[in-house]
Design a protein around this ligand. Structure first.
Ligand code: FAD
Length: 285
């Protein structure tokens, strides 16, 4: 994404990707339901999910389904009221470790970094020994263009991913600017437009403080098998339930979950077809 390779993205924002499913799936697709509770209903052999339209509501809204995929990070799920799971799966939901990330983006009047003695044309590889600055990323698209551009002046994934939250956003951004001045000289201060944006995932409700799963020693080996068993008609998917972690792992887990559901119904051939088509087995290396 930040390399100088060809820049590709979803025009007008990633939110258009899930939005594109709406015309195909129609009214079966419901957005903005903040699930807070999941029950297994043994009489009907169904899963009931519950949410509130507003957090001050006393009553839950409810819907029941034969099976449910839960693709929400465990940092969020562990706050829900849940049915009883096997001890291993229950532990995974409650205890799986996550890592937090924090980014600060600063806008500059021009791409001065592309005109230095040693120019930088897009990368995320610049590191310094300035404490808490982390990686610095320069845009890898619209190279050599004129007009304002944004630098990811600080990208922290370690302890600083959480620690910076206690510093006010403007003060944090100023610290990042001073770091860039130290690195590139006063040109950075002169070119800064004053426009900034900080995003620390620990403050993001939909992640509940985690950016991605980061199992502690032994957790992966202990928990991974539990994700492959369907309990209470619920199948957990998402990057945290995959062998590896990152967005491709989220996709992989969706394929695994689909196969798992088909096998629940004894649809072996259909499960094999999903694996053949979507697990990239047709790719030759
Ligand atoms: C800063 C950062 C940088 C990253 N960089 C990379 C990278 O360079 N390469 C890479 O491969 N991966 C990267 N990742 C990881 C990647 O984003 C994740 O692996 C991927 O998004 C996980 O997909 P997912 O579908 O499992 O979970 P998510 O994308 O987190 O989706 C979970 C969904 O659950 C929804 N949700 C949350 N709470 C509720 C609720 N109560 N009710 C209903 N829905 C709810 C959320 O709205 C969200 O849509 C990065 C992540 C972060 C935070």
């Amino acid at each position: 994404m930040f390399s100088s390779q060809k820049w590709k993205t979803v025009d007008k924002g990633m939110a258009r990707l899930p939005g594109a499913f709406k015309p195909i799936v129609g009214d079966d697709l419901k957005y903005y339901r903040k699930i807070q509770k999941v029950d297994y209903l043994p009489h009907g052999n169904k899963v009931q999910i519950s949410w509130k339209n507003h957090y001050t509501d006393c009553e839950f809204q409810k819907a029941a389904y034969d099976h449910t995929f839960i693709a929400v990070p465990f940092t969020v799920v562990r706050k829900w009221k849940l049915p009883e799971f096997s001890p291993t799966l229950g532990h995974a939901i409650s205890l799986l470790m996550y890592q937090s990330a924090c980014k600060v983006a600063l806008e500059f009047k021009s791409r001065f970094w592309e005109h230095l003695d040693r120019p930088i044309f897009g990368s995320c590889n610049t590191k310094t020994d300035i404490p808490g600055l982390g990686d610095i990323c320069y845009p890898g698209f619209n190279l050599n263009s004129t007009g304002p551009a944004v630098v990811l002046g600080s990208y922290n994934k370690d302890d600083y991913g959480e620690r910076w939250v206690s510093t006010p956003e403007d003060e944090h951004a100023q610290y990042v600017l001073e770091g860039l001045v130290q690195l590139h000289g006063e040109v950075a201060r002169e070119e800064y437009t004053g426009r900034l944006k900080r995003l620390c995932w620990i403050g993001e409700e939909s992640n509940a403080g985690g950016s991605w799963a980061f199992p502690s020693v032994g957790q992966h080996e202990l928990y991974i098998l539990a994700y492959f068993s369907t309990e209470n008609n619920i199948i957990f998917i998402g990057e945290h339930t995959s062998y590896t972690h990152s967005w491709t792992s989220a996709l992989e887990s969706a394929v695994r979950g689909s196969v798992q559901l088909l096998l629940e119904f004894g649809l072996v051939d259909e499960a094999k077809e999903i694996t053949r088509k979507w697990m990239g087995k047709w790719i030759t290396v």
